[in-house]
Write a protein that binds this ligand. Structure first.
Ligand SMILES: [Zn+2]
Length: 618
């Protein structure tokens, strides 16, 4: 069945191309378009291909026919005919559904199928389904004429369907029908469907769209009041809830009142713990708002307002520095350049292409030292119970999990400086056969490269110490050396995820770990929390092993986490923004690539507040 279907699709395309080159048949196609739409589904591929050859015509018609063929094949002819007849008679209110059927050719096949099924459901349900489909098509094509006709005809039904409301508001806010919008707002727009047994709740999307509309009208007070009501209704605002207001303010802000709005919005977002780590663009809106006010104040010679705007800018900037561990985009640097140019009190030196010393973390321009930004010991401590609970879930369910954790704790009760992810190193580039080989030789080489000064805690499953792994060349000898090395403690585990065991040991002692693993298996767990990611960034050491040629011995490069965080940060009197000068290669995809946090790959822009300017003294 699948093959036949594919054949028909290929045939359809070829047929359409052929037809497209023939002007005569093209004309006949557009005249017969509705006939094509109404043709009963043909499941026999050859007949279909022939038919399309006859008809020819533009791709779109071919696509319609193809959709009918694909999705109509399971619908019996009689039902199919009924469905099509419903489609063509149109809906009450003068919006013929065939208007949308033209657009159908651009719809997903699954939606098309739903359209077919209209004939198989109760009239009540069919009406609801049809409203949904019409809604989707109108939304997709932003057809305002159809929208108004549709809305006028079915207003009560549409407003009963809570899930249609956000889309209605979205479209309405793109028109100038403020009167209609206001009328809806005065009505039950933001009230749930009380008649429903489930008590359907009005969605965040609907509230956000209303807030956005008010914001676009410059009614920021009302918009923020709406956010308050939203919170009273137990609906949590998201970043997008505020985007309209922030965009408006970033383009129109002039006064202290606008600064108050910014502070209010930022304060609420902080209170709600909205995740702004990846929202550099949102901060650009904040910054631009402050800059606009500062510039307007400067033009009006209102020095205190200018200072206020810039001090809010600076607070927001530092707030963002602490949130985002990303390397900022060039736009952020440009905004900062604008900011320092209108400083009434200080002159700034802005230096590009600055090198920060990898060992000391000292800026090559201002000599101030960049910091390592990482979770406090208290925060790390607070993460451990969740990690242990998660670790227990990975253990065999017949074992005593608490006892296993206690036993592990006893084993790691030695001083250690670094954790070793043995499996990651022993399997590195060992993917030759069905199962990756386990190389104690490699493990020993990496431990040697770390050196005898650091005490290394190696965590691995006990099964890897079995006889099976000792038959590989050199493994027995390497294993013997490992077990006799006084700077190595080997800790074997019986059951559970080994990554989580060594992670637990590394976090307990707050020491680095050597692994190229990104722990992607755990991406939807506590290991995707901002605190954990920040800790990992500051504690993961990477390695690379390679031979210069077939005969030479293995080279090992170790990349310890840099002494300082490679992220935008403020020092005593400067701001430092890194930018990448060596392209990042996806380390997880390419074993020869380098990790992302190598100081040599970055240069910095140093913004140095140099001296008081003459303006400030007046
Ligand atoms: Zn500097």
């Amino acid at each position: 069945m699948e093959g036949e279907d594919k054949g028909a699709m290929r045939g359809g395309k070829a047929g359409a191309e052929k037809g497209g080159s023939d002007k005569h048949s093209k004309t006949s196609t557009s005249a017969n378009k509705s006939a094509v739409v109404n043709a009963p589904a043909r499941s026999e591929p050859h007949a279909n291909r022939e038919k399309r050859k006859d008809v020819g015509g533009p791709d779109r018609t071919g696509k319609v026919a193809k959709l009918i063929h694909r999705d109509g094949r399971n619908v019996q002819n009689e039902e199919d005919r009924k469905a099509r007849s419903m489609v063509n008679t149109g809906v009450s209110g003068g919006v013929p559904l065939s208007k949308f059927v033209d657009l159908e050719s651009y719809m997903e096949p699954s939606k098309y199928l739903r359209l077919h099924k209209l004939s198989q459901v109760e009239p009540e349900q069919a009406h609801v389904l049809r409203l949904d489909i019409e809604h989707q098509v109108i939304q997709r094509f932003e057809d305002f004429e159809a929208f108004f006709a549709w809305f006028k005809a079915h207003r009560d039904d549409i407003m009963q369907r809570v899930k249609l409301r956000p889309g209605v508001i979205r479209l309405l806010s793109m028109t100038d029908r403020d009167d209609m919008m206001q009328e809806l707002l005065d009505g039950d727009l933001l009230k749930g469907k009380s008649s429903s047994k489930e008590g359907v709740q009005v969605s965040e999307a609907l509230w956000s769209n209303v807030v956005k509309w008010l914001s676009s009208k410059g009614e920021i007070d009302r918009a923020l009041e709406m956010v308050n009501q939203m919170r009273e209704a137990n609906i949590v605002p998201r970043v997008r809830t505020y985007l309209g207001a922030l965009t408006y303010l970033s383009e129109k802000a002039q006064s202290q009142k606008d600064l108050d709005y910014i502070r209010q919005i930022h304060g609420t977002m902080e209170e709600l713990k909205v995740d702004l780590r990846d929202e550099e663009d949102v901060y650009h809106l904040y910054f631009n708002c402050c800059l606009r006010v500062a510039k307007a104040a400067k033009a009006n010679e209102d020095l205190s307002l200018q200072r206020l705007a810039l001090s809010i800018f600076d607070d927001l900037l530092v707030n963002w520095f602490f949130k985002s561990n990303h390397v900022p985009g060039a736009k952020t640097t440009d905004i900062l350049r604008e900011r320092v140019e209108i400083d009434p009190d200080h002159t700034w030196e802005v230096t590009d292409d600055v090198v920060v010393d990898a060992d000391s973390g000292k800026c090559g321009c201002c000599s101030e030292t960049l910091a390592s930004i990482e979770p406090s010991p208290e925060k790390i401590e607070a993460m451990l119970p969740d990690l242990i609970e998660y670790l227990k879930t990975t253990m065999h369910n017949r074992m005593d999990r608490d006892a296993a954790i206690e036993s592990f704790d006893r084993k790691i009760n030695v001083p250690y400086d670094v954790l070793i992810d043995a499996a990651n190193i022993a399997h590195y580039k060992q993917n030759f056969g069905n199962r990756p080989r386990w190389s104690f030789v490699q493990l020993q080489q990496v431990l040697d490269a770390i050196g005898p000064d650091k005490h290394k805690l190696v965590v691995m499953h006990r099964m890897h110490t079995g006889k099976r792994h000792m038959t590989e060349a050199g493994n027995r000898e390497a294993w013997r050396k490992l077990t006799q090395d006084p700077s190595v403690t080997i800790c074997t585990i019986e059951s559970g995820n080994d990554d989580l065991f060594w992670l637990l040991a590394a976090m307990k002692a707050n020491v680095p770990f050597v692994s190229n693993d990104f722990l992607r298996d755990h991406v939807h767990t506590l290991l995707s929390s901002p605190e954990y990611l920040e800790w990992k960034e500051r504690h993961q050491a990477y390695y690379r092993m390679y031979r210069l040629d077939a005969l030479s011995c293995q080279n090992i490069d170790l990349y310890w986490p840099p002494k300082f965080s490679i992220r935008a940060q403020a020092t005593q009197s400067c701001w430092h923004l890194p930018y990448r000068v060596v392209d990042l290669v996806d380390f997880s995809e390419n074993e020869n690539a380098l990790p992302g946090n190598i100081p040599d790959d970055f240069r910095w822009v140093c913004f140095r507040r140099a001296s008081s300017s003459s303006n400030g003294k007046t």
